[in-house]
Write a protein that binds this ligand. Structure first.
Ligand SMILES: CC(C)(COP(=O)(O)OP(=O)(O)OC[C@H]1O[C@@H](n2cnc3c(N)ncnc32)[C@H](O)[C@@H]1OP(=O)(O)O)[C@@H](O)C(=O)NCCC(=O)NCCS
Length: 182
């Protein structure tokens, strides 16, 4: 079975575009994601300062969600947002997946795959040819997830988070325009 066809347990999960009213919940999921996935390699005071910074501010999230060329989705299970994805258009026309977070208790049931595949389909329909994603080098589960979805490592570098230096990796994926858009 291909990743596009992976089953979603229960059929209640639906995807819809993210809107301004969703940003608070998106921020909460991002904060939980940092606590559950990054606590072994980003120190607590640095997690705190990054999460209180511009990237996760409600203002920045609203801007991302409101962008005219935005492809941002939330996954909803019985009126509760359990995951979301944001993308941002780069100046050269490529897109970057800038945030992808699924509530811890809802992981490994295909929600992340569903969000990513829907973004790929939307971007293909818009003629976008390449998608980038950035992850912490020590985020093994996140990296494996992206690699299984076809992303190839293009840069292995480092970045600063607060007062520490952490491994930082960049991936790219070519979108095949001949694939079905659905
Ligand atoms: C990375 C992340 C978004 C993946 O979301 P997810 O909903 O768990 O993703 P999926 O369920 O589609 O896939 C996760 C795994 O579950 C498995 N899976 C998918 N559907 C499944 C099903 N129905 N039954 C059992 N396992 C399943 C997949 O094989 C996959 O394994 P892999 O990651 O080794 O490829 C999520 O783990 C997360 O929020 N992590 C913290 C934040 C993060 O790291 N974000 C990305 C980096 S910026």
């Amino acid at each position: 079975m291909s990743r596009d066809e992976s089953p979603i347990q229960g059929d209640a999960i639906r995807l819809r575009p993210a809107g301004p009213d969703d940003v608070y919940r998106m921020r909460v999921l991002g904060m939980q994601g940092w606590e559950t996935a990054y606590s072994s390699f980003v120190q607590a005071h640095n997690r705190r300062s990054y999460l209180n910074g511009e990237f996760w501010s409600l203002g920045r999230l609203r801007k991302v969600v409101d962008a005219p060329d935005a492809v941002n989705l939330v996954a909803v299970d019985q009126d509760r947002i359990i995951g979301f994805i944001t993308t941002e258009r780069l100046t050269d026309g490529r897109y970057e997946v800038t945030r992808l977070y699924v509530e811890q208790a809802e992981r490994s049931r295909g929600v992340g795959a569903q969000l990513l595949n829907e973004v790929f389909a939307s971007l293909r329909r818009c003629g976008v040819e390449e998608v980038l994603v950035n992850a912490f080098g020590d985020n093994i589960a996140g990296r494996r997830f992206y690699e299984r979805h076809g992303f190839a490592l293009i840069e292995d570098t480092w970045t600063r988070v607060g007062d520490q230096t952490v491994s930082d990796v960049w991936y790219a994926l070519r979108l095949d325009p001949s694939r079905p858009a659905g």
